[in-house]
Design a protein around this ligand. Sequence first.
Ligand code: MN
Length: 499
Amino acid sequence: MTTLAIRGGTVLTASGAHAVDLVVRDDLVDAWCAPGTAPDTDEVIDATGLHVAPGFVDVHTHLETVVAGVSTADDFASGTRAAAYGGTTTVVDFVRQGPGEDLLERLGDAGERARGRCATDYGFHQIVGDVRDTSLAQFPRLVADGVPSVKLFMAFPGDLYSDDTQLLRAMRRAAELGITVMVHAENGLAMEFLRERARERGDVSLPWHARTAPPAIEGEATRRAILLAELAGMPTLYFVHVSAAEALDAIADARRRGLPVFAETCPHYLYLDVAELDRPWEEGANFVCAPPVRTREHRDRLWWALAANDLSVVSSDHCPFCRSTLFPPERRDFSRLPGGIAGIEYRVPLLYDAALRGRLPLARFVDVTATSSARLFGLHPEKGSLVPGSHADITLLDPRGVTRTGASDHHMNVDHSVFEGLGLRGSVHAVLLRGQRLVQEGRWVGPTDHGRFVPRRLGTDLYDRRSVPGGADSDADAAVGVDVDVEADGSAVMRVDPA
Ligand code: MN
């Protein structure tokens, strides 16, 4: 048994800042002590002047996966190491089921590849890119295997796309089992229509990436996903990478009606402007992601929504590519580019800087980058918390430090930084995973393969299912709390069963 005290720091939690000393016993947080009263321990970390935060939790990453025929640049080893340099100690990565592929085979394969190669702890979400009977029949195994969340795509027809019938079927099955449904909400058919026209005109330069995916494309899909979820018995919904005010409006409306609807945004939507796509191809190509980065008005709305809790989480959506050299000049067409931003290492520093500048409270910073992420996805209180008994995943932050955001400063396996030259306030001082130090003042000092698979519990502790309109019977019966009658003219009328 080894014991460790972290003395003199300010412990940050989702509820505030606390002047306490922490005692760690082996891999768990053991106790909080009034300053100076911690018992003698094997080791002491002097945290004077530092913030002591729960290890951060990134619930949206794409490591070692293939997008548009190109593999992401970070594998499980390099991606989780970069995550830890950036203060993150747990990632939840997406396992991709493409058309015709077997769900559980893909999950098993990801588990094999990740095992023994991760620097941080990790879990999985399952992308369901082929909603059919066999996939749906495998949903209970996802729950049993600690992967109780699926992601459905309303974009990318011909690939991961689900039509409304498939969305309804998958949502219905998820509602019955208590599985959380994550949604990529962009109207893929409308977007493809706009892109076809653009290609016909020869409008294949980078700015057309955003012009062919306007905010309404995201707003419509978000609203439709909520409607379909209600018809399907209202599983917990989680909208990934929200970028547009129109989508926020739909989410806020649903939350005001008491529905279990949650959402995240990502650092690139909070910090980057659509004008980045006006850069020359070699630079601008690195800013292509789906949905596209947007204008100042949308960014302001995202910050407000974070403060107001209409957005619960900030995830990286880390999906790294070295894209600038991917296509020769004659084949440079925005619609052929694999989309995605490298941000796993910068997510925490960017949001910490925002907190230090007063853009969001320190407690809210911890909430959206660690605690709510863990609570929404069945990882709390082991992760995202420093209460006694939780994993001793601890990130020490230095509010007087400085973080450089250039390509030569980071550890992600990409040749560029979309956040180049921001000059962030604050820095990651040290990172512990289950009591073991990984990073100390910018140097790697621990094992690189200490990360373990973390099975996640079903459901979310941010929402009580008994609050779902008509959901008093909870779990399986919640799925029939809403009845749909089809009228003679074919229109659907929704009836909420008061029982
Ligand atoms: Mn993603």
